[in-house]
Design a protein around this ligand. Structure first.
Ligand code: ADP
Ligand code: ZN
Ligand code: ZN
Length: 742
């Protein structure tokens, strides 16, 4: 046996893997991730390295290969655990070890540390409150927001304020000139007293919150490290529970990672963690430069950080003694990587926690079916918070049947009921959000008279209309000609749903000429921070109506929004994706959660052609468990995750004929290599976007009850592709339980 060893864990040098032989006394004792000492270079200098793999056949002539000298006994280096995690990711998700290592290991860049700047309140609290009242009276919202933040916490990082509170440097400068605040660096630290982080008044946890914390803490105290699902609606107090759990872990000298979807990583959330854990919190987000990321990792290494908050990639923070990983909004698609290795942060967190004796807490109002299913099977522990924490009511939700509107002659995108409520809101000076559900829009065909949708007879997902005029299934490749009249009721109102946000904006402006309207979609958010600018303008009351795609549903809190209209709720229901109903349910629930966050109760209108569909019916009742039951029945019946496992094999190439031949061979190989393993092969099919930038795409699906069968088949395919010359010009990617369909 030979071992592959990397001796330098820096990103630039990761692909240099060296081969060493394993001496007899170490045979059978080495594992991936272990730290070993090897002779290196001409002088055979003793050097530390990590084992990243094994092989039976050496790549070099055996005489040239040097032996490993010894393994390091007690060093539980964090690198070693991360290398082991990378090895698991490679096996579980496919790709190369190098790709996995690059994902997992921190970037180390020696550069100058950035000078940290702080914004500090320069007024006494009472003066500050008076000034705040003044700004509010003058309607200077950005100033008011900044000052309110400082009154809450008189000393804050400059970067945090500009990035997360959407406060521009000019606002900070203006308040500095007025003597309201001071900007300080380490060198110019003038008034430490005013700048101390204010301790927040502690929240008294409710019975349910306490119970959730107790169950976790009891297990933790007994070193029973597990995975928990904290299930509670938005505003039910999940964040308070996370913070309490984290503080227990931190008290024992261990660290915590908090994953939050990037778009929901709001200033308010971050502030609460700062308030609780002070300067021992670090934040990662995609806007940090490589140097800034590296700084944060430095702080981690110097043990200055107890809590790391960030999106997916923060999962790999190299804490020396990790105790807890929290994943907020665990159902979010953003937790799945779209780059090789296509890992899911939830599963990877559970694995990292297992390798390091840590616990995992998942939180959601609309848990992923995976997480809820694992609770039902006793693999995860469910902790429930019912109802909202601070006595706020949930919004009232109504569905409007758009088929009835059509019957009454209203062919507009807005139902009469929604129009009426919008008029009321304009008169009352309250805000409205119109949400156009376009997620994953893939050209399904439906009837506006009866709601019928054309589906694949084999896969029970919607067919997509292709340019050649045919309707195609993206799982199995089934095709049929396009329809001109509804196969169910004969109506001619059959076709794709085409309205975009721009068309809706025009319509709304025509219908409500007095209203100030903002639109948020891919077009209006192209510039850097464009999307936060629009959201903060809306939060500041600069518009009455905000129209947008799913981007507007997450993140910000809009206390003055009392009406949310969901246009075409069905749009995401009939994408060609087995998760369509789950995504729709989560989106509708989330959209409903936007209304009535302030003191006034909210109303939600869901416009749909299929009010009877369980996804829409359950969302309007805000009934997750009802939805879960129905959806699981469908997944059982069709053999989709989480009941069965799905592996997508995506093959791409520039020559269509070659691609088709290769994919045919690959399928034959799969069937030959199957042996008595139980799985199903579906396809090959052309994905919706059959060709992107002159690259053709084909996909084969493997479906099995046993994940392990799929990884074994993936390994066979990887070998087959490597030795087969015909695949050299093609690219192959594996995606386990894909979140987005190709
Ligand atoms: P979630 O994370 O589930 O959306 P939060 O933890 O953000 O919920 O709580 C919503 C609001 O209720 C916050 O303003 C929070 O401070 C408040 N809150 C939560 N728990 C309590 C409690 N036990 N007592 C008083 N206020 C609470
Ligand atoms: Zn019809
Ligand atoms: Zn099909």
């Amino acid at each position: 046996m030979y071992a592959k060893v990397i001796v330098d864990i820096t990103h630039e040098k990761l692909d240099k893997v060296f081969e060493y032989s394993i001496p007899g006394e170490l045979a059978g004792m080495l594992k991936v991730g272990m730290e070993v000492v090897v002779p290196f270079g001409r002088a055979n200098r003793e050097t530390r390295g990590y084992i990243v793999g094994f092989s039976e056949i050496p790549e070099y002539t055996p005489e040239q290969i040097k032996p490993i000298l010894r393994k390091e006994e007690d060093r539980r280096a964090i690198e070693s655990r991360l290398v082991a995690l990378a090895a698991w990711m490679k096996e579980y998700y496919g790709g190369t070890m190098i790709q996995a290592l690059r994902t997992v290991l921190p970037i180390k860049k020696k550069g100058k540390l950035l000078q940290k700047r702080w914004v500090c309140l320069a007024l006494k609290e009472e003066e500050g409150r008076e000034r705040l009242a003044f700004y509010l009276e003058k309607n200077q919202r950005a100033r008011a927001r900044l000052l309110a933040g400082l009154l809450d916490q008189p000393r804050q990082e400059y970067e945090l304020i500009t990035r997360k509170l959407n406060i521009t440097p000019s606002v900070i400068r203006a308040l500095e000139e007025q003597g309201v605040l001071a900007v300080e660096t380490k060198q110019s630290f003038r008034n430490p007293a005013a700048c101390q982080v204010k301790k927040r008044g502690e929240v008294i946890l409710s019975e349910q919150q306490k119970k959730a914390v107790d169950i976790f803490a009891m297990d933790y105290g007994e070193k029973k490290y597990g995975t928990y699902l904290l299930y509670g609606v938005t505003g039910s107090g999940k964040t308070e529970v996370y913070m309490e759990m984290i503080s227990r872990v931190v008290k024992e000298g261990r660290q915590a990672i908090v994953l939050i979807p990037e778009i929901a990583l709001t200033y308010q959330t971050v502030l609460r963690f700062y308030g609780r854990f002070g300067g021992r919190v670090a934040i990662l987000n995609s806007r940090l430069s490589e140097g800034e990321r590296s700084d944060q990792m430095e702080r981690v290494e110097r043990r200055e950080v107890d809590v790391m908050i960030g999106p997916r990639s923060a999962l790999f923070t190299p804490f020396k003694n990790l105790g807890l990983i929290v994943i907020d909004e665990e159902h979010e698609a953003a937790y799945k990587s779209e780059q090789v290795p296509r890992y899911h942060a939830r599963e990877t967190a559970v694995m990292r926690a297992r390798l390091e004796d840590a616990s995992v807490v998942l939180g959601s109002a609309t848990p992923s079916l995976e997480a809820f299913y694992r609770c039902e099977r006793g693999e995860y522990t469910r902790l429930t918070l019912s109802g909202r924490a601070a006595d706020k009511e949930l919004a009232s939700v109504y569905t409007v049947d758009m088929r009835e509107e059509l019957k009454r002659g209203n062919r507009s995108i807005l139902s009469d009921k929604l129009s009426g409520l919008m008029t009321q809101r304009l008169e009352d000076g309250q805000q409205t959000m119109l949400f156009l559900n376009r997620r994953g829009y893939a050209g399904f065909v439906s009837c506006r008279s009866c709601g019928y949708v054309v589906k694949c007879p084999h896969c029970d997902v919607s067919l997509s209309s292709h340019k050649n005029g045919r309707l195609v299934c993206h799982y199995c490749g089934y095709e049929e000609p396009a329809v001109k009249v509804c196969p169910s009721c004969g109506s001619p109102y059959v076709g794709g749903f085409k309205a975009g946000t721009e068309a809706i904006e025009e319509l709304v402006k025509r219908r409500f000429p007095q209203a100030r309207v903002l639109r948020m979609d891919m077009d209006t958010t192209r510039t850097k921070d464009g999307h936060e600018k629009i959201l903060s303008a809306f939060a500041n009351g600069e518009a009455d109506i905000l129209i947008g795609t799913q981007m507007i549903v997450k993140g910000h809190d809009f206390p003055n929004v009392t009406l949310v209209g969901v246009l075409a709720a069905d749009m995401s229901l009939y994408t060609d994706d087995y998760r369509a109903a789950e995504k729709t349910f989560a989106l509708l629930t989330q959209a409903a959660g936007r209304a009535g966050r302030g003191r006034k109760k909210g109303e939600v209108i869901i416009q749909t052609y299929s009010p009877e569909h369980y996804s829409i019916a359950c969302a309007s009742r805000q009934d997750y468990e009802g939805f879960y039951k129905e959806e699981m029945r469908y997944r059982e019946l069709m053999g989709y995750p989480p009941v069965a496992q799905l592996l997508a094999v995506l093959v791409t190439g520039g020559e269509e004929e070659l691609l088709d031949t290769a994919v045919r061979y690959l399928k034959e190989f799969i069937l030959r290599a199957a042996g008595d393993r139980e799985f199903q092969v579906i396809g090959p099919a052309s994905p919706f976007v059959g060709k992107v930038n002159d690259v053709y795409r084909r996909v084969i699906y493997l479906k099995s009850r046993d994940y392990h069968v799929l990884t074994v088949m993936k390994n066979y395919m990887e070998q087959y592709i490597e030795i087969n010359k015909g695949f050299q010009t093609l690219r192959i990617q594996f995606d386990f339980n894909p979140v987005n369909i190709f």
